[in-house]
Design a protein around this ligand. Sequence first.
Ligand code: CA
Length: 270
Amino acid sequence: MKNGTAGLHGRLGGSRPSCEPSPGLVSPGHPGMATILVVEDQAGLQGALRINLRARQYDVLTARTGREALALAASQQPDAIILDLGLPDIDGTEVIAELRRWYSAPIIVLSGRTSPGDKIGALDAGADDYVAKPFAMAELLARLRAVLRRDEGSVAHDQPRQAIIGRWQVDLTSHQVTRAVPAADQAPGSPAETLRLTPTEWRILELLLPRPGQLVGSAQLLTGVWGPGFQQRTNYLRFHMARLRRKLEDNPARPRHLLTEPGMGYRYQP
Ligand code: CA
């Protein structure tokens, strides 16, 4: 395969992948800015995937290792993940198993391993589809569209950026907390009361508030806020959640909005 000729019918993932986008750009059923995390340690192939996905209007995040992948998935919440199994640090199948503790969007495995055992292992761990290398870009893109279609409706794509907690309005975009209900003794026309949160508190709210009513697992919160390797540090979460409740809840001892689900995680209840 010559550079620059990896079109829709060329195969990628061999020894010399091309970085040129395939012809035939935006297809009907346009994905609408879905964010795709590409986890691939082979630089040429990662570049080819990035360019082809961007050419189809996807937002693309890239990771080279399993640890980077877990951290990015937790902090950025991509709409789907394309994952190589042979990574330099953690085996891809373990990455899938770890992701599936808290990540529910589609995962497509891209792998040079083609034995039935490898495929079954990845699918059992929680992958939605399996594409063997070398692969045709057109086929991978078609499978990606298929898993995203299946996932539609189950994921809130337009996540709310504002939430009310007790008397406070929390704006995740401007990072401001203002009093939604004016204090009884507030003089008319005086500026609204505000509240300061720490960067860690904002990171926690970024993960909780866009999913009203949903359980967000402790492992997801810990990985999203502190990074991989912190999944066991549930005491960190307890500490910061207690502080958030003291700041935001009307009665921190009996929270109504920032709820603990014992042994599982936390839930924002509007
Ligand atoms: Ca690899």
